[in-house]
Design a protein around this ligand. Sequence first.
Ligand code: 7TS
Length: 408
Amino acid sequence: MNPVYDVQRIRADFPILQQQINGRPLAYLDNGASTQRPQAVLDAVNYYETHLHSNVHRGVHTLSQLATDAFEAARERVRRYINAASTHEIVFVRGTTEAINLVAQSWGRSTLQPGDEIVISALEHHANIVPWQMACAATGAQLRVAPIDDDGSLNFEQYLALLGPRTKLVAMTHVSNVMGTVLPVQQIVAAARERGILTLLDGAQAVAHEPVDVRAIDCDFYAFSSHKLYGPTGLGVLYGREALLQAMPPWQGGGDMIRTVSYQSSTWNDLPYKFEAGTPHISGAVGLAAAMDYLEALGLPQVAAHEAALLAQATAALSDIDGIQIQGSAAHKGGIVSFTLAGVHPHDLGTILDHEGVAIRAGHHCAMPLMDLLGLPATARASFGCYNTAAEVDQLVRAVVRAREVFC
Ligand code: 7TS
């Protein structure tokens, strides 16, 4: 493990990790579902709520200006975090799910024609499947699915073979929430771009685990959630290339997104406000900015190396247990390990682990088509964050061994 990476000091920043669950020290290994918040995020939100809160973009009074300044400073923080060219390209939404729905409803419905095609991968979360199905149903476009190999990596040749004259968009996950695969996003985007095809990446499982540079990746859209990046729930970000967002119609109407309104018609506000109807999650944006400060101070490459070490440790130790099968062994994986134990339903496994203080996710992980492909109803999944330790991986492995003794 990286000697300069002081995980005990990092853990001390997270009040929620200090407690016992079911009489055991908590091993929180469900970071793929949601991460915990450091004190710096809680403090930033608390300071906002106790000193700055008002509505944004409308009042002439001091608090309204302070709240607007805090909200717009958060937007600039997000821009810098993903290296977008302009804050006009940073749209605050409720989460990854809403970001993808925005593109599907706005760009999709206004652009897609019968027979057009959208290419996704076999690894997608429902959030990157269902919005496209809805857009396809409304427009007559079709969904195409790029297959994966047995190890959970994208079959790149078959992906290329799917790109044709009718392909209008490639929408893929950056990191699989089930198999942990890190997709070769730069190559995926380059291949689409050469053919004049737009790209959307679902970065929900990526942004808190490796540096993300949307200009280096060169994608057209990038979506992620604050709550998987040590920030508050109820907030997410859609990055979109400015010229594209400019050309897209709004998808929700109301306050803030308009310039003028009469009973006959309305005109739209500038970017990014055109896509932010209604009062936004102001304190959430402030918290997300603090989370980005926190993560960058730790160093994203250092966090990535730490999580890679935990993944290697968990993979080796779980593989040694009779009856364990790990789903996903791609060469490039994030800190996510999905597994099954022969003869034990993943939900039962999750319950036993919970009794041992180990929090994991068990289920279909909102990826039912992928589960069908794997021929499994569910898996157990441990997913790592910046504060997890080698001792917690040991605790997980001991609890799995105990479960095997109980059930097998
Ligand atoms: N995309 C991916 C790849 C995800 O992992 C998730 C959430 C989403 C989209 C949706 O994010 P939301 O914040 O809009 O809900 N994934 C999980 C998970 O793996 N377990 O719980 C939520």
